[in-house]
Design a protein around this ligand. Structure first.
Ligand code: FES
Ligand code: FE2
Length: 318
C-alpha cells in the first residue's frame, strides 16, 4: 500500500464558537465535503456530506432535528453515528440498512473542534490534551485567525526544525534551539530575542509541541506570557487552512489585554505572512542540500512520515 495523501491524526475544522446549538456547518477538507452539526444534546457530529439517497449535500440547507440532521432534498434524517433514523414517506417504514453516511470521530477541546482523519479508517491512536489555561479567568480567551494558503502540510511542519529561517524570515535571534521527537509528538524548545517589526525587542523562551501531524501548542514566556495554537487542515492537495490562536496571561485591564492580544495576533499574522510568501513559491526538495547549522530537518521528516503510513507500515519503518 502506498502512503496516504493526507496524514492520519486530529485536525481542527472549526472553533467551538462556529458551532452554536443547532448549527449546521458545511466543511471542505481532505478533498471532500463534510458536514458538522451540533444536536440538541449538545454534542458535535461530523459526517460525510453527501446523502446516500440521491446525493444532496447535507451541509447546504440541512437542518438539525433533535440529535440528527435532516437532508434538504427529501428529508431523510441521519443520526450522530451517520445511520438513517427517519424517512418521512417510506410506505413500509423500513429504512434500508445501508442508508448511512460515514461519521468522523470528533472532539471538542480547548475551544476547537477536531476531526480524526485516517485513510484506512483506523480509530484514534492518541488524544488532544486539555490546555489548562483555556477557560482560566487569569488568561484571555483565544484571539483566532484563519488563512488559506496554497501549499502542502509538510512545508508548514518543517518550520519546527528549520532553525536557520528564524533570523532571516522572522527577525528573531535564536540563542538556544532543540528538537525532540517522541511518538506522535514533535517538540521544539527555543529561546532568543524577537525584534517585532513595529520596533522594540522581546526576550522569549518557548516550548512548541505538535500533538500529531497538524496541531501545535506553544507555551511561551516573554514580556507577556502566552499560549499559541497553530493548526493546519488540508482543503485539498494544493491548499490548506492555517488557524492560529493567541491567549495571553492577564497582566493589565481587559481593555488593554484585548489590545495586546490583537497586537500579538497582527504580529503573528505578519510572521506567518512572511512564511507564506516562501511556502507558496518554493519547490519541495526531497533531498535538500543541508549544512550543519540547519537543525534536525532529517529527524523531523522521519518523525512526520509516520502519519502517512498504511496499516502495518509501522514495522517496515519510516
Ligand atoms: S438526497 Fe437526501 S433525502 Fe434525498
Ligand atoms: Fe516560520
Amino acid at each position: 500500500m502506498s502512503p496516504a495523501t493526507y496524514a492520519t491524526g486530529w485536525f481542527v475544522v472549526a472553533t467551538v464558537d462556529e458551532l452554536p446549538p443547532r448549527k449546521v456547518l458545511p466543511l471542505r477538507y481532505f478533498g471532500q465535503r463534510l458536514v458538522a452539526f451540533r444536536g440538541d444534546g449538545g454534542a458535535v457530529s461530523v459526517l460525510d456530506a453527501h446523502c446516500p439517497h440521491l446525493g444532496a449535500d447535507l451541509g447546504v440547507g440541512g437542518k438539525v432535528v433533535e440529535d440528527s440532521i435532516r437532508c434538504p432534498f427529501h428529508a431523510w434524517r441521519f443520526g450522530a453515528d451517520g445511520a438513517c433514523v427517519d424517512i418521512p414517506y417510506c410506505a413500509s417504514g423500513k429504512i434500508p440498512p445501508r442508508a448511512r453516511v460515514r461519521a468522523w470521530p470528533a472532539r471538542e477541546r480547548n475551544g476547537l473542534v477536531f476531526v480524526w482523519h485516517d485513510t484506512w479508517g483506523r480509530a484514534p491512536s492518541y488524544e488532544i490534551p486539555e490546555i489548562p489555561e483555556h477557560g482560566d479567568p487569569a488568561w484571555t480567551p483565544w484571539t483566532m485567525s484563519l488563512m488559506t494558503i496554497r501549499t502542502a502540510p509538510r512545508e508548514i511542519i518543517e518550520n519546527v526544525a528549520d532553525r536557520a529561517h528564524f533570523p532571516r524570515v522572522h527577525n528573531t535571534e535564536i540563542e538556544s534551539f532543540e528538537n525532540v521527537f517522541t511518538a506522535h509528538m514533535g517538540i521544539q524548545r527555543s529561546s532568543g530575542v524577537a525584534y517585532p517589526r513595529g520596533g522594540g525587542e522581546d526576550r522569549f523562551a518557548l516550548t512548541a509541541t505538535y500533538f500529531g501531524p497538524a496541531y501545535q501548542v506553544t507555551e511561551m514566556e516573554s514580556f507577556l506570557p502566552n499560549r499559541l495554537i497553530n493548526a493546519h487542515t488540508p482543503i485539498d492537495e494544493h491548499s490548506l487552512h492555517l488557524r492560529f490562536g493567541v491567549m495571553l496571561k492577564k497582566m493589565a485591564s481587559d481593555e488593554k489585554m484585548a489590545r495586546y492580544a490583537q497586537g500579538y495576533t497582527d504580529n503573528l499574522q505578519k510572521g506567518f505572512g512572511e512564511d507564506v510568501q516562501i511556502w507558496e513559491n518554493k519547490a519541495w526538495r526531497d533531498r535538500p542540500m543541508l549544512c550543519d547549522g540547519d537543525g534536525a530537518i532529517g529527524a523531523l521528516r522521519k518523525w512526520y512520515r509516520q502519519f502517512y503510513l498504511p496499516p502495518g507500515g509501522e514495522e517496515q519503518g519510516g
